[in-house]
Design a binder for this molecule. Sequence first.
Ligand code: OOB
Length: 551
Amino acid sequence: MLAGCTPWPAEFADSYRRRGYWTGETLGAFLRDRAHRFAERTAVVGAGRRWSYAELDTRADRMAAGLARLGIGAGDRVVVQLPNRPEVFEVAFALMRLGALPVYALPAHRRAEISYLCSFTEAAALVVADTDAGFDYRELAEQVRAETGGPEHILVAGDTGGRAHMRTLEEVREGGGAGPGATAGPDPGEVAFLQLSGGTTGLPKLIPRTHDDYLYSVRASAEICALDTGTVYLAALPVVHNFPMSSPGFLGVFSAGGTVVLAPDPSPATCLAAVEAEGVTHTAVVPPVAMLWLDAADGGSQAHRDLTSLRVLQVGGAKFNAEAARRVRPTLGCTLQQVFGMAEGLVNYTRYDDPEEVVVTTQGRPISPDDEIRVVDSDGTEVAPGGLGELQTRGPYTIRGYYRAPEHNAEAFTADGFYRTGDLVRTTPTGHIVVEGRAKDQINRGGEKIAPDEVENHLLAHPGVHDAAVVAVPDRFLGERTCAYVVPRGAGPARSELRAFLRERGLAAYKIPDRLELVDAFPATGVGKISRRELREAVRAAHAPAEPGAP
Ligand code: OOB
């Protein structure tokens, strides 16, 4: 396995193969197989284009050949920051066919995140869009180059705007000839790509997923979600996120021969129009987006839309309030499926034949009979059935360690290989999981995960900041928002200055605190050295207002 990754112990790997979970297929071969089976069917619609399975397959081959000509090959890391456009699939499959690893960045990431990803992974290339949603990613790529001295290649979906040191994807593809770019292809037990974790530490961790483990979760998800060639899936969230990628996501749709429609943004105006125009049957959103859609369809701006094609609305990424959940069927006329997953692996779904009450009040049950889950107290002892505790899991598609993070791994995984999810849950007698809270240093801002540590470190870099604590405050719409409490040094900076400072440091907008409060001092705790976590608790208790009716 790629250096810096933790393999499954041999007895587990053998058993996952024996039980038919790991089939020895690579993601590159998977697309080839589907291109043979579903050749002329439409694989992807987006940005004004429609590609058949055969076309996507040919493009991926040509792109692989072109990337190989640039010197990109097995084991190389390539940071991919692309919005929801068809090229994202072409590039991802091309890289995976070469055995090179896409490192998926979110479109919302900025210089701080992209520079870190490029340096940490020693990326050979960075792939960006020209512009999207009013933002110029080529300028961002230039800043990353200036800051890190790398990566060697900058490839642009669209137009380079005359920048001589960048190449367009089209040039790369045309430079490759007819393909095939890849020869024998990578080992299915190898890492196929790296995905970002939500993060609980100062620097985000990277999640290595293998061809074998990921494709198992994809096939099983497509089956649970009953996808087929008639499936039209709307990707409303950025497809580089695990949820729209594999739960069942675009890969599940490709597995079944359906069509993926790429939405440029998750707004009700864009997405409900797309449902009507393309006859969308399935889609996936985070809770705040679901609430916007419900309001828009329920006498709001999109009330005139014909949504009869829609069969399933998946909601996940953060806890979906039961009251909102109850509105889904009457308002949108479709089945709700709750999805509780994590990029590290484990994904839970409510099933289509679960009673409505289970669908509305639980976050589902695991994909696999071999997903081992246990609920433990703070000492690591299993609680009685139905009791509240932290969820730990291991199984055929849950990683055993983050990439190049031995110290963090020693904390994030138990000695017997269970991943400590940091989620506080209880299970029901039917085996469904209810997420009740969190035991980890993370803020879940409507599905977007923020590590307080990371934001605090940026604030502490300001000379006028003595100390900072970033905490979650309850919010009816997003579930949680962020508030940064800052103890200034001397006169200290103004709040607007601190915000501008964080933006200048190149932090993604969703990580910039919603609220900034300047305070004289943090509460004294009586004891000597306390953890950041305890400090945040004390700050929250002293300052944060309790919001009536908040979850
Ligand atoms: C998904 O993946 P990540 O890696 O962005 O975040 C995982 C964390 C979980 O540990 C949990 O804290 C939270 O997000 N979460 C939920 C949830 N789904 C995720 N909390 C409550 N209810 C839910 N339904 O968010 C993700 C990955 C694959 C599929 C779906 C979501």
